[in-house]
Write a protein that binds this ligand. Sequence first.
Ligand code: NDP
Ligand SMILES: O=C1OC[C@@H](O)[C@H](O)[C@H]1O
Length: 351
Amino acid sequence: MSAMPAPDLPTLRWGIIATGLISSWFVKDLVLDRPDAKARHIIKAIGSSSREKGQVFAQQYCPQEPPSIYGSYQEVYADPSVDIVYIGTPHAFHVRNCLDAIAHGKHVLCEKAFTLNASQAREVFAAAKDRGVFVMEAMWTRFFPLMRDLQVKIHEENVIGRVQRVFCDFSLDMDIDSLPDDSRLKNPDLGAGSLLDIGIYSLTWGLLAADPNIASKAQMPSILASQKLANGADVATSAILSYPNGVQSIVTSSLSFATAPQFCRIEGTEGFIILEGPVHSKARDGDATAEARTFIFDKPGMGFYWEADAVAIDISEGRTENEIMPWGETIRVLEILDEVRRQGGARYSCD
Ligand SMILES: NC(=O)C1=CN([C@@H]2O[C@H](COP(=O)(O)OP(=O)(O)OC[C@H]3O[C@@H](n4cnc5c(N)ncnc54)[C@H](OP(=O)(O)O)[C@@H]3O)[C@@H](O)[C@H]2O)C=CC1
Ligand SMILES: O=C1OC[C@@H](O)[C@H](O)[C@H]1O
């Protein structure tokens, strides 16, 4: 028997911008039948550079309730049946797409990296403030229960004592040389490079494991960074974040090889935590003497619905920011990414 969400749950009507990989993952998760759903999500419109692409996308991912299909993004912004626009274009277009959606009075959930630099993000949030609409960076892993549980274990229950050092890597073997020059991973005009695409995940763990606070309450670490560049984009980035209390987070990313399954190690005075598996599916803690405990993190689909449910609840309760990923945190992350690129050499034309 199918488990439909209760009818009184907050309901959000989505317009999807772009029909690439992430939009397909996001929409597949949104239309999943989930007994524990905290919100109801309806895909009302698909906007694509091509109406045909939009049709194929809708047939494949929205079979139950066919959305309106548009051969432009503007038509999605203008559609009165859309409450919120989900932006799944390459990073370089996020600022324009966000501003356009906000100008039409739409709420926005925009993929990571939110914009190419902190200055663009400030511009978007200023526009959102003026229009009074909800905006959030789709930093989906911050909404994983595993992420939330580990924050409590590390910073409230102190299960590994005082955190001393964090290592986190996210690398993918993308065979960059074989990609076309217009690939978003290769072309700096599209926001190419490992840092904004996947290094942002390593940085997220590096920050959250070192300091429980976010946005303006968080300590700002000093940064030492190095990048390997190809055609102006970073193929690899390594950064050391050093905190005034001596904690160091070593965060790395690369597009030349794949991360080992154990992608993150958080070391404390009384033990360690290892994160492993695809999209944070497992955490293990232990120390030299005690037997390690393993926390398995199974989930239906990929887990994009947690951020989507949080957004629906915020909007239904009249908030314009989310407390897990508020505007100040997106700006803080982008300021760190800006500094890493300043030291490492990767530049975008908007810098
Ligand atoms: N949260 C996550 O797990 C993931 C997030 N992402 C993020 O999503 C964004 C898009 O990534 P991804 O889906 O992998 O990218 P894709 O290349 O698969 O798709 C991007 C889509 O954007 C649209 N687009 C508009 N202008 C351009 C252009 N000049 N060049 C290419 N595409 C264009 C196209 O859709 P159309 O023709 O329909 O308009 C295209 O299909 C990035 O910001 C990335 O960081 C990506 C993967 C996973
Ligand atoms: O966010 C992401 O996670 C998965 C990767 O495949 C993708 O390149 C990246 O954008």
